[in-house]
Ligand binder design. Structure first.
Ligand code: AKG
Length: 296
């Protein structure tokens, strides 16, 4: 089934002050994307503070960063990519090491009842967190683009896969790197990805930015996205950082069957897909319902 290029932001948008989780879930299931205006507003000031503290800490330790296949990693876990020409440093932050282990506000945001009401209406009554929270941080003056991609290229799941909630920390527009989404693309199945500057991504020729819908929003706006819904964001051309933070949730019985960050390591993981199973290590903390015991 083709994606729907006639979908406008208003078609996938609801407001946190006036939420009906069932209606929101229906919009999500139809389009693979849902915008909830103002959902994360209560957490933004504190999370923003923690994000900037983590960014300063990461930049201060950049000289000792280790080279890894995805870029460079500082000892606190922040991932850096090459900076654009003319920047004051030769590397810029991509994935910032701030998460449920380092930011109380971030962890509290993952337990937000209004967010989880919508997730439950999408996934069913038993829900766990997937991951420990993620922060993508675009530095100013050219901060990295994230090519259009499906998250399932990085973590393909056995069942429905995680619902991601990406949250704007600052007002975000076409200049500083609005998220772009392709409504309906979650129905396309797993697409072939290639290696790009920002890791696994779709071929620009087949998936140019014009096929995607930009979501302009304010600090505290949230974008729910299906693991197979194509999305990405352009560079930050403003003079201030543009962070987002992401919480992810999945059914308690779901698990990764293929994981990867490059075509080479994903191809290796594909060979082991048949052996994948839900292990205790793959369990996330419960945010809704109950985890029934299942014999291994
Ligand atoms: O920073 C962004 O807007 C990109 C986030 C994203 O595409 C992802 O985490 O998969």
């Amino acid at each position: 089934m083709a994606t729907d290029s006639t979908v406008a932001v208003e078609d996938i948008e609801v407001f946190a002050d006036n939420l009906n989780p069932q209606t929101a879930a229906e919009t999500f299931k139809k389009h693979g994307a849902l915008v909830v205006r103002g959902l994360m507003k209560p957490y933004i000031d504190e999370i923003h503070r923690d994000i900037e503290a983590a960014a300063a800490e990461s930049i201060a330790s950049l000289d000792c960063a280790e080279k890894i296949v995805e870029g460079w990693r500082t000892s606190n876990g922040t991932l850096f990519l090459p900076a654009p020409p003319g920047y004051s440093r030769d590397k810029q932050i991509m994935v910032l090491a701030v998460n449920y282990y380092t930011s109380a506000a971030f962890f509290r945001s993952a337990l937000d009842e209004r967010a989880i009401d919508i997730v439950e209406a999408i996934l069913g009554e038993n829900v766990e967190v997937y991951g420990q929270g993620q922060c993508l941080y675009k530095e100013p003056v050219g901060g990295h683009p994230k090519h259009l991609h499906q998250d399932s290229a990085y973590f393909e799941h056995r069942y429905e896969g995680p619902v991601g909630i990406l949250n704007y920390v600052v007002d975000t527009d076409l200049v500083n790197g609005a998220l772009h989404v392709v409504p309906g693309s979650h129905r396309l199945g797993q697409l072939k990805h290639i290696d790009t500057f920002s890791h696994l991504g779709l071929d620009d020729d087949e998936w140019p930015w014009e096929r995607a819908l930009p979501i302009i929003g304010e600090a505290g706006d949230s974008i729910f996205f299906h693991v197979k819904m194509i999305h990405g964001s352009k560079q930050n051309h403003s003079d201030k950082p543009r962070p987002v933070f992401i919480n992810r949730y999945r059914r308690v019985d779901d698990y990764v069957v293929i994981g990867g960050t490059t075509t080479a390591n994903r191809a290796e993981a594909e060979k082991r897909a048949a052996e994948a199973k839900k292990t205790n290590e793959q369990r996330g903390l419960m945010v809704r319902g109950f985890r029934p015991y299942t014999q291994a």
